[in-house]
Design a protein around this ligand. Structure first.
Ligand SMILES: [Zn+2]
Length: 301
């Protein structure tokens, strides 16, 4: 049951925390409430600075892996089906990488799951490697012949280092599980060569959570559905413009950001396709970010 209005007791740990979207301290006045996510009812906070919503539970790598193994992208049969489903998006991303001058380059895929993107990248001449939190996924990707490493933070990744950087870092549908966006972006920056390319397939559904909260009293059933669909199991949800600011603050120049190409498939549900079409229109004509996702291409300064 949605209990948005229920205030969560503020423990010292919560008061000492920070916003994992923009990195600013989480003030005692930061609104906190419970939201119903796929993980169950959980305490969330809403940053006044960047408008990100973020889960208030402690990040524990083992628990996060256990949770991910319950999801489609953490389990081999459904994970490989997802790889087939996301072909349209993979190729839109590879087209973008090539358009920015990085054809057949060295690529690190963060949150690689069962290697769907790495396989398509390899077919087009890229040399790929991957990191993920799920052991089974890493084993699977290694069996496909790719270097892969289990990491719960990119800071632990040794497949790409300051001494041996990659040309491209891709983060596809994975940044919403990071406990700290600025820290992981900095780790990506350190693993990229100068002028290297960062590609994020971002989930940008924070406006849907805000809309759900606004209509909670007049349409509680629809509000609950909208918020649950927007949060799903994400630890974090941030509006696109705020995310672009966080990326720039981490040392990148944003080259391109658009809902175009971010849709997984032509078989995506009609309502989601409509949201992408409307969101692409409002973003490119009015500068208003309403689409559920976006592709971001950014250059390491
Ligand atoms: Zn923030």
């Amino acid at each position: 049951m949605l209990t948005e209005s229920t205030q969560i007791s503020e423990t010292p740990a919560l008061l000492d925390s920070f916003c994992p979207g923009c990195g600013c301290p989480s003030e005692p006045t930061t609104p906190r409430f419970s939201l119903e996510s796929v993980r169950g009812p959980l305490p969330f906070a809403h940053c006044k600075q960047c408008s990100a919503y973020f889960m208030q539970t402690e990040y524990q790598a083992a628990a996060e892996e256990d949770h991910t193994r319950q999801m489609a992208w953490g389990e081999v049969d459904r994970g490989t089906q997802l790889n087939s489903f996301k072909q349209k998006m993979y190729h839109a991303i590879l087209d973008g990488i090539e358009r920015h001058g990085f054809a057949e380059s060295r690529l690190l895929d963060v949150g690689c799951s069962f290697g769907g993107f790495l396989v398509e990248a390899q077919k087009r001449g890229f040399q790929g490697a991957g990191v993920d939190i799920v052991s089974d996924a890493i084993q699977y990707v290694q069996n496909l012949g790719f270097p892969a490493q289990k990491c719960s933070t990119l800071e632990d990744c040794t497949l790409s280092t300051v001494e041996e950087p990659v040309d491209v870092v891709t983060v596809l549908d994975a940044h919403i599980y990071w406990p700290d966006q600025p820290r992981e972006l900095r780790a990506a920056w350190e693993r990229l060569r100068p002028d290297g390319l960062l590609v994020i397939r971002a989930l940008t559904k924070a406006p849907f959570i805000s809309a759900g909260r606004v209509i909670q009293k007049v349409a509680p059933g629809f509000s609950k559905k909208l918020i649950r669909k927007a949060i799903t199991d994400h630890r974090f949800s941030m509006p696109l413009k705020s995310l672009l600011t966080t990326i720039e603050t981490a040392g990148f120049e944003v080259l391109e950001a658009s809902p175009r190409g971010a849709q997984h498939s032509d078989d995506t549900a009609l309502a989601v396709r409509a949201a992408f079409a409307l969101g692409a229109f409002t973003w490119h004509s009015l500068g208003i970010a309403l689409a559920p996702g976006a592709l971001i291409f950014a250059r390491r300064k």
